[in-house]
Design a protein around this ligand. Structure first.
Ligand code: SF4
Length: 476
């Protein structure tokens, strides 16, 4: 309901250690990560000898009110914003998950997806575990309880049993932990507030709002432990690789975030430039579909020497409780989320830049909007490759039915959305753009991203999902 593109990230995580304003700062941090999940939010924080949790469905501001924040004093907290796919929408699946055992308190929040969750859960239940949710995120707590010894060893052993994508923030009596899967599929980084206070976040955009200074990314396979103003680093696996989700740069992350050394706005802008080089077209103006395509549109316009204009306006206030128009009103043209700027597009040949196409229905509607507003031609340029395969790493594109590019080629899709022309950025160009920024060279780092939804090259074993993938392939 919130994004106009049909793609949703599953979650964002945030944590803070040793700060007297921990609750309020977590609220601000989560607010900055709101784009990563709008269905539920929650926070767990330390009290004298237990962890307190406040969570619920809705936006951060709906769940964490001023009243809640003023009612408690704490110095350590973890938080979560959620978009649900794995596990469903019930309140029992809202994170963080927090448990008080006879000998320790444990709480965690997770972004990602555990591929071997079903097998692990079965095994754990056979050994007496009782799960409080249907979410795969809870698994780590139960795995930890089945391990013996020092906490860091229990943690390493437990993480070694998980296969999939994960960025965790975890709170334990022994400290605050940030953990990233050994392929680095989902992002996570650390920042410093003062000499003794650190924060961990899915995205660095959460740091400037609270005045924290970025320290570094958590590395693939790394466990970062923060305790008493010190950072300790451990690795749970010997074989790690850099395979960050390409869609973090294309669509999910905020343009002011820098992930694994690459600023998101800068990456998108460079993609726009490559798009202009790869797919030039004669036109009067370049416009971007707000918000995530603006950076690429600016890059395209700059490279092509064609003016960039605001041709589409997004109404930011269409939210969860917005009364949807009836089918009749929709027919009459009541379009609440996006409007064409008629004064700008009328009688113009327009290049419309979008970040991606999922179902195709949104692109079709936007082309129609622009034509109704008097655009002479609409040339659609997509600043990413065609998404053809499901994602099993924490993004809600899990069936082929949702992906129009899995059944239509570029020409057929162009006809479907009724554009004058349509082209996608090539995968090699997208990787080249990112590698140029990060390494100033390309070849030896070619495979350093997850691009499975574009080329079907999955990073991990797919377990149950493999059957799903093959079944869907056959049905096409
Ligand atoms: S499959 Fe696509 S959306 Fe999923 S993690 Fe990989 S690049 Fe990201």
């Amino acid at each position: 309901m919130y994004n106009i593109n049909g793609l949703n990230e599953e979650c964002g995580v945030f944590a803070i250690s040793n700060n007297q304003d921990a609750l309020r700062l977590t609220y601000y941090g989560l607010h900055s990560l709101q784009h990563r999940g709008q269905e539920a939010a929650g926070i767990t924080f330390t009290q004298s000898d237990y962890f307190e949790t406040i969570k619920g469905r809705g936006l951060v501001a709906d769940v964490l009110t001023d009243e809640v924040i003023n009612a408690y004093k704490t110095r350590n907290a973890i938080g979560h914003v959620r978009y649900a796919t794995a596990g469903g929408l019930g309140i029992s699946n809202v994170q963080p998950f927090s448990f008080k055992f006879f000998d320790e308190c444990l709480a965690l929040a997770h972004n990602g997806h555990i591929g071997n969750a079903k097998d692990l859960k079965k095994e754990l239940e056979n050994h007496g575990s009782v799960f409080s949710s249907t979410s795969d995120s809870e698994l780590l707590i139960h795995l930890l309880r089945h391990e013996q010894g020092a906490f860091i060893d229990r943690l390493k052993n437990s993480l070694n049993k998980l296969d999939g994508s994960f960025a965790y923030v975890l709170m334990h009596d022994s400290g605050l932990y940030g953990i990233r899967d050994r392929h680095g599929i989902r992002p996570l980084s650390i920042a410093q507030l003062d000499d003794y206070s650190y924060v961990i976040s899915s995205e660095s955009c959460a740091y400037s709002v609270i005045g924290a200074k970025f320290v570094r990314d958590v590395l693939p396979g790394e466990i970062v432990r923060i305790n008493d103003g010190q950072i300790e680093s451990y690795f749970y696996h010997d074989e790690c690789s850099e395979n960050l989700c390409l869609m973090e740069y294309v669509y999910f992350s905020r343009p002011d975030s820098t992930i694994d050394g690459t600023n998101v706005h800068y990456a998108r802008k460079l993609c726009g430039k490559l798009l202009a080089r790869q797919l030039p077209v004669e036109a009067d103006i370049v416009i971007g579909v707000p918000d995530s395509s603006i950076s690429a549109a600016i890059g395209y316009a700059e490279e092509a020497g064609i003016p960039y204009e605001i041709g589409l306006i997004k109404n930011k206030y269409v939210g969860r409780t917005f009364i949807q128009p009836t089918p009749e009103l929709r027919e009459k043209g009541v379009r609440m989320k996006l409007s064409a700027n008629e004064a700008i597009v009328k009688d113009k040949r327009v290049i419309m830049i979008d970040d991606s196409i999922v179902r195709g229905t949104t692109s079709k509607r936007i082309v129609q909007l622009l034509k109704e507003a008097g655009a002479k031609e609409v040339h659609v340029r997509i600043a990413s490759p065609a998404i053809k395969y499901p994602c099993y790493y924490g993004v809600d594109i899990s069936t082929y039915d949702e992906l129009i590019s899995s059944s239509l080629n570029e020409q057929e899709l162009c006809q479907f959305i009724k554009a004058d022309s349509l082209s996608f950025l090539e995968l090699t160009s997208l990787k080249k753009a990112l590698l140029e920024i990060k390494y100033q060279d390309q070849l030896e780092h070619e495979n350093r991203y997850c691009s499975a939804c574009f080329n079907c090259q999955y990073i991990t074993n797919l377990y149950d999902a493999l059957e799903h993938l093959n079944k869907n392939k056959q049905e096409l």
